[in-house]
Design a protein around this ligand. Structure first.
Ligand code: C2E
Ligand code: CA
Ligand code: CA
Length: 520
């Protein structure tokens, strides 16, 4: 009512801190501007008003005329929408987006020299799937809600508990001094989880694995903190669950090195820094060469020759392996074709090329194999592809079809590192493969009549029954060669016969007569 307003102080009526500012310049320039402001009503309730303000000149005097509209309910709906966008509907906790924003501003404050350290706990329940599967999703949901409330009890008001999805939660701790502070919160969480949860008449126990990252490690980017906390959480899980671990300097250094490898690897693909070396595969019966395994090497401009173990995993993860593998395949085919033309090898000699899981899953695999063969003018029977046992077995059905298609092109297929995967021997007959390569871990530890020898014997017997060839890998001594020959193993490769050779050395090795009566 007018008498409530007239003469009152503006500050008694409005909450100026919430207002969008009246743009005076705009008002003077255009004669119009709007602002939104929160006011207190006579009965104490709040209203949001949007004021459309105009400059009015009357009798040479400037005045301001505002037409106000009550936008309280629109504001409330907006706030609800925003809350919904920022929060997990099940637990009501902040979601990943909101956590990321809190994390960003905490880091920004830190870099501005304001506040102590920041810590992030990444938490994953250890047995959630079991509970979900046995008691049902409703019980699973109840557990998550109860867990959310318990987590909130473990932190201070300035910290944030967020649900990232599924049974993954994150806790942002601000103003912590060191690992001990973060570790104490983790301890409290473990204690909270040690008490049973009551889910619809069931008493359920659970535990969590927690990964911890600290801003002391020098983070700028909230994504990196989250990622590292996630990584170290998996380590906590692997080390026995129901525990917490810190992402430390060493892990950080490793992550940085990995990133560096990734960057370098992209450049290496651009500059074509890969070379192929060839390790002879020999017949144990005749001592003659039967073929070569092509092995990739990375000639890094600073690090020198980098072995595949150090970059193939990164190449796999980044997908670069597809392009690298394509080049190795093409080069190996071209090389063998060249040796054929120079009369260094016989037509029956083959080259064996490793395929990664990623390549194996590519729909374009058959086409790029065909292309490599055609461009090198190489007989498909001179090419073998090696696929590790674990790759074959982890996609058994699809693998069968892919292997079948490759063999239909006329080339050979080997299962690499045989014996290390989780395959059951009984599966084997279903796979269209020609060769088993016995993993070198068996050969290295093989003694007379011991367990490893027995495994090798079993593999050889099995292969013979299935009409497959056997190649023993990693033969390092004459004695191992003799044992294998005694077990009826036909082919072998290893340092005892030859290390992998660069193309020139391999050509010299062949020319020195190792191809047996081979060369024409
Ligand atoms: P792999 O396929 O099992 O290759 C055999 C590895 O054993 C090679 O290591 C070879 O140098 C090594 N080796 C051969 N004889 C002996 C021996 O007597 N004793 C010992 N201790 N080792 C021996 P390399 O060249 O370091 O390759 C390591 C792995 O990297 C390969 O294992 C293969 O899985 C992968 N790899 C190599 N080249 C390629 C490639 O072009 N593409 C893909 N996807 N993977 C490749
Ligand atoms: Ca291999
Ligand atoms: Ca192997």
């Amino acid at each position: 009512a007018p008498d409530e307003v007239i003469g009152a102080l503006f500050h008694d009526l409005a909450y100026p801190q919430d207002a969008t500012r009246l743009d005076r310049d705009l008002l003077l320039r255009t004669g119009h501007a709007t602002l939104e402001k929160r006011y207190r009503r006579g009965d104490g309730r709040e209203v949001w008003l949007r004021a459309a303000t105009s400059l009015v000149v009357e009798d040479g005097e400037q005045r301001v005329l505002s037409i106000c509209q009550d936008i309280t309910s629109a504001r409330r709906a907006q706030a609800q929408l925003k809350h919904r966008a920022d929060h997990d509907p099940l637990t009501g906790l902040p979601n990943r987006d909101l956590l990321r924003r809190h994390l960003s501003s905490a880091l920004a404050r830190l870099h501005a020299g304001d506040g102590e350290g920041v810590g992030l706990l990444f938490l994953d329940l250890d047995r959630f799937k079991v509970i979900n599967d046995s008691l049902g999703h409703l019980a699973g949901d109840q557990l998550l809600v109860q867990l959310a409330r318990r987590l909130e009890e473990c932190i201070r008001g300035t910290d944030t508990v967020a649900r990232l999805g599924g049974d993954e939660f994150a806790i942002l701790l601000t103003d912590i001094e060191d690992y001990a502070d973060a570790s104490r919160v983790a301890e409290r969480i473990h204690e909270e989880l040690a008490r049973p949860f009551h889910l619809g008449g069931h008493e359920v126990y659970t535990s969590a694995s927690i990964g911890i990252t600290l801003s002391a490690t020098g983070y700028q980017d909230p994504e990196a903190i989250l990622r590292d906390a996630d990584t170290v959480m998996y380590r906590a899980k692997a080390n026995g669950k129901a525990r917490h671990e810190l992402f430390d300097e060493a892990m950080h250094a490793r992550a940085v090195a990995l990133l560096r490898t990734e960057t370098d690897l992209r450049r290496a693909v651009e500059r074509d820094e890969f070379r192929v070396v060839y390790q002879p595969i020999l017949s144990l019966l005749t001592g003659e060469v039967a073929g070569f395994e092509a092995l990739v090497r990375w000639h890094h401009p600073e690090r020198g020759v980098v072995p595949p173990a150090e970059f193939i995993p990164v190449a796999e993860e980044t997908g670069l392996i597809v392009e690298i593998g394509r080049r190795v395949l093409r080069e190996a085919c071209r090389q063998l074709s060249e040796w054929q033309a120079r009369g260094l090898v016989r037509p029956a000699h083959y080259v064996s090329v490793n395929l990664s899981g990623k390549q194996f899953a590519q729909a374009t695999l058959a086409a790029s194999v065909a292309e490599a063969l055609t461009d090198a003018a190489l007989d498909p029977r001179c090419l073998r592809l090696e696929i590790t046992e674990s790759v074959v077995m982890s996609h058994a059905e699809a693998a069968c079809a892919t292997l079948g298609r490759l063999r239909a092109q006329g080339l050979g297929v080997s299962i690499d590192d045989f014996g290390t995967g989780y395959s059951s021997l009984s599966y084997l007959h279903r796979f269209p493969v020609d060769t088993l390569k016995v993993d070198r871990s068996f050969i290295g530890r093989m003694g007379e009549g011991d367990e490893n020898g027995e495994i090798v014997r079993t593999i050889i017997t099995l292969a013979r029954n299935l009409d497959m060839q056997v190649v023993a890998e990693g033969v390092e001594t004459a004695r191992q060669g003799d044992l294998l020959r005694g077990l009826g193993c036909e082919f072998a490769q290893g340092y005892f016969f030859s290390r992998p050779l660069d193309p020139d050395a391999a050509a010299r090795w062949l020319a020195a007569g190792h191809a047996g009566a081979a060369a024409t």
